[in-house]
Design a protein around this ligand. Structure first.
Ligand SMILES: NC(=O)c1ccc[n+]([C@@H]2O[C@H](COP(=O)([O-])OP(=O)(O)OC[C@H]3O[C@@H](n4cnc5c(N)ncnc54)[C@H](OP(=O)(O)O)[C@@H]3O)[C@@H](O)[C@H]2O)c1
Length: 333
């Protein structure tokens, strides 16, 4: 049995040039762990930020001076090739998808994960590429919509950045929760965003949603391009403005509005929740994928030696949905 594997390896924080394609030690699963042969992983905007080591507080979890794990990447889909002696929940040969902790390990041919981690069987109707592509966007959007907005049937929600990873998932999830959804995107993405079921689309190259007449119960700026201050006019009296992108402005608005009644500003770091909460959301995501209530939008597919190239594309900030790295190189994976 081989003890090494191909991987994209990083030795420090920095530009996409920190990645080199090479050979690493193949992980050995402990008693409670599963070894997954990875078929596909993803590159998201969050992964590009983790690579740079900014914002700095992320280094508290990933390593102060350099990443603790030289293999980054957090999402995976693949097949189980071995299981530890205490593993009861999974079997060799099962197709699974999931995410690791923040320190990653998925830009490689194999990853080991706990049987109690964020891992589930892949719905039969999904390819490996489709399964991995949806993970980051949907598992980020879900706690924002469910826990922070408490989105309810009939409420009006505006989703800015509706064409991105979090955005494409958020519009579909908000429709599933029964909201009336307005998606904001640029001209070239209008048709794609409409195809995801939104009720209205605003083309941000032509109209500024903060100047419109419509009022929303929830504004979810998935790409952090607006502000609470400018959006207040188009929020209902007890409306919520949320974003996964933390700047000084949002931090200040969050502190200020947390102590008063009325309109609120919210940021959350969803990846830092405990595994139990993440797994609960992941189970709902799996169910929605199985029922076809949510689909995975794929922009580009790269291969394992091209992780640096994929990062350079993603950090331009214009991807449509998700970027996948197919590890096996098999077509239609
Ligand atoms: N807090 C957390 O827990 C958490 C978790 C995951 C991610 N994040 C963060 O969330 C952010 C979004 O992530 P993502 O993966 O969804 O991003 P993404 O997929 O890279 O977003 C790209 C999309 O944003 C659109 N966009 C760019 N400028 C826009 C504008 N001014 N108005 C509206 N849309 C615009 C682009 O469309 P056009 O090309 O048409 O402009 C593109 O489709 C990132 O900053 C990421 O780091 C935070």
């Amino acid at each position: 049995m081989t003890t090494t594997m191909n991987a994209t390896i990083t030795t420090g924080y920095g530009s996409a040039d920190v990645f080199t394609f090479g050979v690493a030690k193949k992980p050995i699963p402990g008693p409670n762990e599963i070894l997954v042969k990875i078929h596909a992983t993803s590159v998201t905007k969050a992964h590009t930020m983790m690579r740079t080591g900014y914002p700095l507080f992320g280094r508290l979890f990933m390593g102060l001076l350099k990443p603790k794990n030289p293999i980054s990447g957090t999402d995976f889909s693949g097949e189980i090739v071995s299981v530890g002696t205490d593993v009861k929940k999974f079997n060799i040969g099962e197709r699974v998808f999931g995410s690791t902790d923040i320190d990653g390990g998925t830009y490689a041919e194999y990853v080991k994960v706990s049987q109690d981690g964020v891992i589930l069987p892949i719905p039969e109707n999904l390819s490996y590429n489709q399964a991995t592509a949806i993970i980051d966007g949907a598992t980020t959007a879900m706690p924002f919509l469910k826990e922070h907005a408490g989105i309810k049937k009939g409420q009006k929600i505006l989703i800015n950045g509706a064409s991105g990873s979090i955005g494409t998932a958020a519009v579909q999830l908000a429709k599933y929760f029964g909201a009336e959804v307005t998606g904001v995107c640029s001209t070239s993405n209008v048709d794609m965003v409409k195809s995801l079921g939104v009720d209205n689309v605003i083309d941000y190259t032509k109209d500024n949603f903060t100047k419109g007449e419509e009022k929303y119960h929830v504004i979810f700026d998935t790409v952090g391009k607006s502000s609470f201050k400018d959006s207040k006019n188009v929020l209902t009296d007890d409306g919520i403005y949320m974003s996964p992108v933390l700047g000084m402005g949002l931090m200040f608005d969050m502190l200020k509005t947390s102590r008063s009644a009325g309109k609120k500003a919210v940021f959350a770091a969803t990846g830092l929740r405990d595994n139990e909460a993440k797994l609960e959301d992941f189970k709902l995501l799996k169910e929605l994928l199985e029922n076809g209530e949510i689909i995975s939008v794929i922009d580009r597919v790269y291969h394992l030696p091209q992780v640096a190239e994929a990062h350079r594309y993603v950090e331009k900030g214009h991807k449509k949905g998700n970027v996948v790295v197919n590890v096996t190189g098999e077509e239609n994976d």
